[in-house]
Design a protein around this ligand. Structure first.
Ligand code: GAR
Length: 225
């Protein structure tokens, strides 16, 4: 049985598109897309797929609590069992997060718990890390916190600028989010307090092709084949 999902967006919606594209035969069905910004590309993507859309503009509300209340009501009305934040750029208050405890997922463009917050690719480059990526996690009240469902890893390559790195990360995001949502919806990922327990055959990991072909390469040691 496919479990109803509502997706929250604020922008272009390429992750939403990935969720739509992998929906057939999965354990989830997107029943509504809600944006806090009108006119964004993700709304057009949803409409093109025949998915009902709704716009709830945060700017129309006097406070975060009032926006959260309206959003909470819309989520309840949508009939969703699960909520996916896909490029949703508003921080939700603890009450709304608590109401969806264990049933709300987010995708973050970094390997959490590293690089929470914004400008993750610039910060990864500035820190000189060799791998970077994305994390699909269960939403907890603290920002970019919560049990990991799936991570996607990419190499940081010489000459990368933030846009190049972002594009590479986005490739694994588009694999990681549909996988993570299907795992949670199907019960093959069980959400615990601190961690997510995966089905035994499921590593919960997406590896970018530029890393997948890599061999162990430790300075001074022969490569392991
Ligand atoms: C994605 O890279 C997503 O990880 C990021 O915004 C982008 C949305 O792209 N999310 C966050 O930064 C959340 N704090 P999309 O609209 O094309 O899916």
């Amino acid at each position: 049985m496919a479990h109803p999902v509502t997706v929250l967006i604020s922008g272009g919606g390429s992750n939403l598109q990935a969720l739509i594209d992998r929906q057939a035969g999965s354990s989830y069905e997107i029943v509504q897309v809600i944006s806090n910004v009108s006119g964004v590309g993700g709304l057009a993507r949803a409409a093109a797929a025949g998915i009902p859309t709704r716009v709830i503009e945060h700017r129309a509300f006097a406070s975060r609590a009032l926006f959260d209340a309206a959003l909470g009501q819309a989520l309840a009305e949508s009939g969703a069992e699960l909520v996916c934040l896909a490029g949703f750029m508003r921080i939700l208050g603890p009450e709304l997060v608590q109401a969806w405890s264990g049933r709300m997922l987010n995708i973050h463009p970094a390997l959490l718990p590293s690089f929470k917050g914004l400008h993750t690719h610039e910060r990864a480059l500035a820190a000189g890390v060799r791998v970077h990526g994305c994390t699909v996690h269960v939403v907890r009240p603290a920002l970019d916190d919560g049990p990991v469902v799936v991570q996607g890893v990419v190499p940081v390559l010489p000459g990368d600028d933030p846009a190049m790195l972002a594009a590479r990360v986005l490739e694994v995001e588009h694999q990681a989010y549909p996988l993570a949502l299907d795992l949670v919806a199907s019960g093959r990922a069980r959400v615990g307090d601190a961690t997510v327990e995966l089905a035994p055959d499921q590593p919960g990991l997406v590896v970018h092709p530029a890393l997948a072909g890599a061999r162990w390469a430790i300075a001074g040691a022969p490569p392991v084949s």
